[in-house]
Design a protein around this ligand. Structure first.
Ligand SMILES: Nc1ncnc2c1ncn2[C@@H]1O[C@H](COP(=O)(O)OP(=O)(O)OP(=O)(O)O)[C@@H](O)[C@H]1O
Ligand SMILES: [Mg+2]
Length: 366
């Protein structure tokens, strides 16, 4: 690995952004620390108002931190105005120039940078090829579809060869199918260009499918940074587990800890293994999370970790959701994949057991 690649593309150090004063004060960001690696597809994920756009605006230079600093390849970018930063942004609204053609939109920024006509043409051709829009180069952008506009916006932002591309919910205006297509396109373009992408979304599925790493945000703070697997299977906090996918929360008691696993006792008295966040040593009463697809229904009477009654069976094509009421009154969801042969043999009203023996529990901080 070269020395350069070990320096983060973006390093955010102790950044806060406070808007307003006195009682109307809003802390849009609180003491953020995060390092984003070169060539990484990094996603900021969190609910509306958690500070995602604010962080992008600070990186782009459209706004300034109240405290802290942002480094680009090890250098403080505070003195650089937005147009001098090797950073470009794709906005949710695309903000294309409606009276210009596809090619003119892509080339506009390059002309502003003083590139020659020949240089601009070469780069526009490259970008048109990259986003598969060669055939529409002379169309007015008002006469192309939403997905095509999205490609033009991407090509325009990539044309000046930024080191870092910021994407603020660029797919949210697209319908489901097109959105899925563009997710794959964005991944491809990122891999082909090797540019660091910082992608903002509040859609957890989108974040899981696209990202190398995800930062989950809440109320101006980063709650957890990790790979999609870390975030989904090893959530550190209740908020992260709840925000990402469907989750069962159970109360349990820690019986012993060792070797990266704890043994916890459930309300049924049964003991099961549970993983826990790296920076904690769990003890006493804890909350554990179990993903619905990791639990398994078994016939009543079989040795099981929990017992309950099936309240509802929801068939969803690829899988079936069973809503259970446990003996202690807790609601618990089990998801099982459907097979071609159809019936799984479990129906509403039936007493069943839940098998949790396959290392499925994770302790989370409340
Ligand atoms: N110029 C401003 N003045 C005052 N408060 C602001 C300003 N800009 C943002 N905020 C507040 O800061 C917080 C974070 O806003 P931000 O736009 O970063 O959220 P977001 O995560 O991008 O949300 P969304 O998903 O809705 O786009 C919000 O509470 C917002 O109201
Ligand atoms: Mg936003």
């Amino acid at each position: 690995m070269t020395e350069k690649s070990t320096i983060p593309a973006i390093e955010v150090r102790g950044v806060s952004r406070i808007y307003g004063e006195g009682e109307s004060q809003v802390a849009a960001l609180r003491d953020i620390y995060v390092s984003i690696r070169q060539n990484e597809f990094f996603t900021l994920l969190g609910p509306s108002g958690c500070g995602k756009t604010t962080l992008l605006r600070l990186i782009a230079g459209f706004d300034f931190p109240t405290t802290g600093e942002i480094l680009l390849y090890g250098e403080d970018i505070a003195p650089l105005p937005p147009f001098k930063r090797p950073v470009n942004t794709v906005f949710q609204s695309y903000a294309l120039f409606p009276h210009m053609t596809v090619s003119q939109n892509i080339g506009f920024g390059l002309q502003m940078l003083g590139q020659s006509k020949a240089e601009v043409k070469t780069r526009v051709d490259e970008m048109l090829a990259l986003v598969h829009m060669e055939a529409m180069r002379d169309r007015a952008v008002s006469q192309i579809s939403g997905g095509q506009q999205q490609r033009v916006a991407l090509a325009r932002a990539l044309a000046p060869k930024p080191k870092v591309l910021l994407l603020d919910e660029p797919l949210s205006a697209l319908d489901y199918k097109l959105r899925k297509e563009m997710q794959i396109e964005l991944k491809r373009v990122q891999a082909e260009t090797g540019i660091t992408f910082i992608f903002v979304t509040h859609d957890q599925e989108e974040a899981l499918t696209m990202s190398d790493r995800i930062a989950v945000m809440s109320h101006g703070s980063i709650r957890q940074v990790g790979s999609p697997w870390d975030i989904y299977d090893r959530p550190a906090e209740r908020f992260v587990a709840d925000f990402i996918g469907e989750t069962n929360f159970l109360e349990a008691e820690v019986m012993s800890v060792g070797d990266g696993r704890a043994t916890v006792r459930l309300s049924s008295g049964v003991q099961i293994p549970a993983t826990y966040p790296e920076d904690t040593v769990p003890n006493g009463r804890v909350t554990i999370v179990i993903r619905p697809e990791h639990a398994q229904l078994v016939q009543a009477g079989t040795a099981a970790a929990l017992n309950g009654i099936i309240q509802n069976v929801v068939y969803l094509g690829t899988d079936t959701h069973f809503h259970l009421l446990l003996d202690d009154g807790t609601v618990f969801i089990v998801r099982q994949q459907n097979s071609k042969s159809g019936s799984c043999g479990f129906a509403a009203g039936q007493s069943v057991g839940i098998d949790l023996s396959h290392d499925v529990a994770q302790i989370v901080k409340d």
